[in-house]
Design a binder for this molecule. Structure first.
Ligand SMILES: [Fe+2]
Length: 287
């Protein structure tokens, strides 16, 4: 009883102290302490508290099966990059991880190596190839590689409300020597969805919503740590100001423009196309 601004924090900590899970006890104690410290330090007004509640309510109400406004909020606040970086400290030489982003879909079609994963998505043709290896140099056969990307208009398939078909995304498997190759389209920079509460927050903060062009990869392989990463297009004007803070210089690569002629997969191209080579190095899983 009679709790005041000096005693309320300790009272909440005591009330939570008998939670069965030690981890929950620990995390909730820190959350309450930091949340209360934030309110004290900011001298939070009732109007600001109310605006915060309304903002978070709007973030939740903007979410549906295809739109994840909370991941977006985490991304633009740098929380996603912080959690990714602190959970994926890898041995030297391993491909760096970056954020998952809000457009991953678990049920993408599994396609054979060499397939055109664009599946009707529009953009300049691009031929991608590379290898998957472990950090001891051994090739990784049968790595499950989820790939997804934006089209020439900067949209992911799930953002096209008129289209139910998944496109510019697939699951591929590396061959017995760890190699992979596929055809797709050149990704373009895109603004993160900014017609909702997160976009309004960015505007208030005088920030742009753009992400530099990239290909997403999520790679699972037996005996290796799962890798969530992107490959970014060198020369993109948003590399240094990615709205979600995801760029790593080691993940920037060249999309080489090629004149019409024979593509790496042997097909004859009558218009210019691009080629991208990128090799992945996975950290071995802890024994
Ligand atoms: Fe993306």
């Amino acid at each position: 009883m009679d709790l005041n601004e000096d005693t309320i924090t300790q009272a909440v900590l005591q009330r939570n102290a008998t939670a069965a899970s030690p981890r929950l006890r620990h995390v909730m104690a820190l959350l309450v302490q930091h949340l209360h410290a934030f309110a004290r330090e900011a001298s939070l007004t009732e109007e600001e508290w109310s605006a915060g509640i309304e903002f978070l309510t709007a973030v939740g109400q903007t979410c549906d099966s295809k739109r994840q406004e909370f991941i977006l909020l985490s991304d633009v606040l740098g929380l996603s990059t912080l959690v990714t970086a602190s959970n994926h400290r890898k041995p030297r030489g391993c491909t760096e991880a970056t954020v998952l982003g809000p457009f991953y879909v678990a049920n993408a079609p599994e396609l054979p190596l060499g397939a055109d994963i664009a599946q009707g998505a529009k953009g300049e043709p691009c031929f991608v190839r590379g290898t998957v290896r472990r950090d001891d140099g051994q090739p990784v056969a049968d790595a499950e590689m989820h790939v997804w990307q934006s089209d020439e208009d900067g949209f992911y398939d799930v953002q096209h409300v008129d289209r139910e078909v998944l496109a510019a995304r697939a699951v591929l498997r590396s061959d017995s020597e760890g190699r992979f190759h596929f055809r797709s389209i050149v990704p373009e920079p895109y603004p993160i969805p900014h017609d909702g509460p997160v976009g309004r927050m960015l505007t208030a903060l005088n920030r742009h919503p753009w992400r530099p062009a990239h290909l997403h990869f999520l790679i699972h392989a037996a005996g290796c740590q799962t890798l969530t990463t992107h490959v970014f297009r060198r020369g993109d004007k948003y590399l240094a100001s990615d709205a979600v803070f995801g760029v790593r210089s080691t993940l920037v690569a060249d999309w080489a423009r090629q004149e019409p002629g024979t593509a790496p997969d042997g097909s004859v191209m009558t218009s210019p196309f691009h080629t991208l080579n990128f090799d992945f190095v996975l950290a071995r899983a802890d024994p």
